[in-house]
Design a protein around this ligand. Structure first.
Ligand SMILES: *[C@@H]1O[C@H](CO)[C@@H](O)[C@H](O)[C@H]1NC(C)=O
Ligand SMILES: *[C@@H]1O[C@H](CO)[C@@H](O)[C@H](O)[C@H]1NC(C)=O
Ligand SMILES: *[C@@H]1O[C@H](CO)[C@@H](O)[C@H](O)[C@H]1NC(C)=O
Ligand SMILES: *[C@@H]1O[C@H](CO)[C@@H](O)[C@H](O)[C@H]1NC(C)=O
Ligand SMILES: *[C@@H]1O[C@H](CO)[C@@H](O)[C@H](O)[C@H]1NC(C)=O
Ligand SMILES: *[C@@H]1O[C@H](CO)[C@@H](O)[C@H](O)[C@H]1NC(C)=O
Length: 220
């Protein structure tokens, strides 16, 4: 009888320990989103029109909700990735998400300073210049602004992003006028890449590059 009681107690304790471990592993999989980052994402989303008919795109952001039992945690939103420990937003993949509209340096996107990966490829940013505030996102290792109707000079501030391993600025191209929209002239390529010493992949297809570039600069 005494043994039985003891063994039951043991089992009970073991189950409790297990439960705590399971609960802990759950919180590390789905951390709680920081309030300011959640509202930054929401304001970013609200600054665009969602044009689903425009092309083959998936309007992920339409599922983002700031209220509700299961949906207020931005870490559970489609395209958003949070750090398991800190809960900070470290990844944002909104490639081909039907975003349409302008983006400028005031965008709340640039409040997400913990971002390590940002993919906005395949949207329509309506000939916006690449905002200089992108230089604030100094944790970025991956930046993809391919095929998104960005125009103008590539800003020098991109050269702040010294952790970048992947940089894709390709195919910002005006189909109708048949012109390259992005220019890499001032700054020129050598200035832009001078401090991007971790780069492994660089795609500048259809970027207007100044003729002064010597070929050895493009090889890593
Ligand atoms: C929240 O999630 C739980 C479990 O997945 C589900 O049973 C419940 O219906 C959801 N509530 C809402 C409001 O979506
Ligand atoms: C694109 O920009 C032009 C002006 O530059 C503006 O008139 C137009 O409404 C913008 N379109 C969208 C979808 O934001
Ligand atoms: C950015 O915000 C400031 C203050 O809110 C405003 O004065 C400025 O015009 C905005 N800049 C752009 C490019 O929208
Ligand atoms: C950037 O995104 C485009 C479109 O999704 C994709 O084809 C391309 O491979 C991406 N570039 C990099 C460097 O991952
Ligand atoms: C590269 O880094 C050096 C040393 O920190 C700095 O002086 C220079 O201005 C940087 N160049 C660019 C283009 O950011
Ligand atoms: C790039 O620009 C810098 C600064 O303006 C200049 O010193 C350098 O000669 C230029 N390099 C090339 C290859 O044109």
């Amino acid at each position: 009888m005494g043994w039985c009681l003891f063994s039951f107690l043991c089992l009970f304790l073991k189950l409790m320990v297990l439960e705590i471990m399971v609960a802990n592993s759950f919180t590390s999989v789905q951390p709680a989103c920081h309030e300011d980052e959640s509202s930054a994402l929401m304001q970013f989303k609200d600054s665009f029109a969602i044009h689903q008919s425009a092309s083959l795109c998936d309007p992920k952001v339409l599922q983002w909700k700031s209220h509700g039992v299961n949906s207020s945690n931005c870490c559970s939103w489609d395209g958003v990735q949070c750090d398991g420990k800190t809960g900070h937003v470290i990844g944002l993949d909104l490639s081909s998400s039907c975003l349409s509209g302008s983006i400028n340096s005031n965008s709340t996107l640039f409040n997400l300073v913990h971002l390590q990966s940002l993919n906005l490829a395949g949207n329509n940013f309506n000939y916006s210049e690449i905002p200089v505030s992108v230089g604030q996102l100094m944790s970025l290792t991956y930046l993809n602004l391919s095929g998104s109707a960005f125009s103008g000079q590539i800003p020098l501030e991109i050269s702040n992003l010294f952790k970048l391993t992947h940089l894709d600025l390709s195919f910002n191209y005006d189909e109708i006028a048949r012109t390259k929209l992005l220019k890499l002239q001032s700054p020129n390529m050598s200035t832009l890449l001078q401090n991007l010493t971790s780069l492994e992949v660089l795609d500048l297809s259809e970027v207007e590059i100044s003729s002064m570039v010597s070929c050895h600069l493009i090889t890593f």
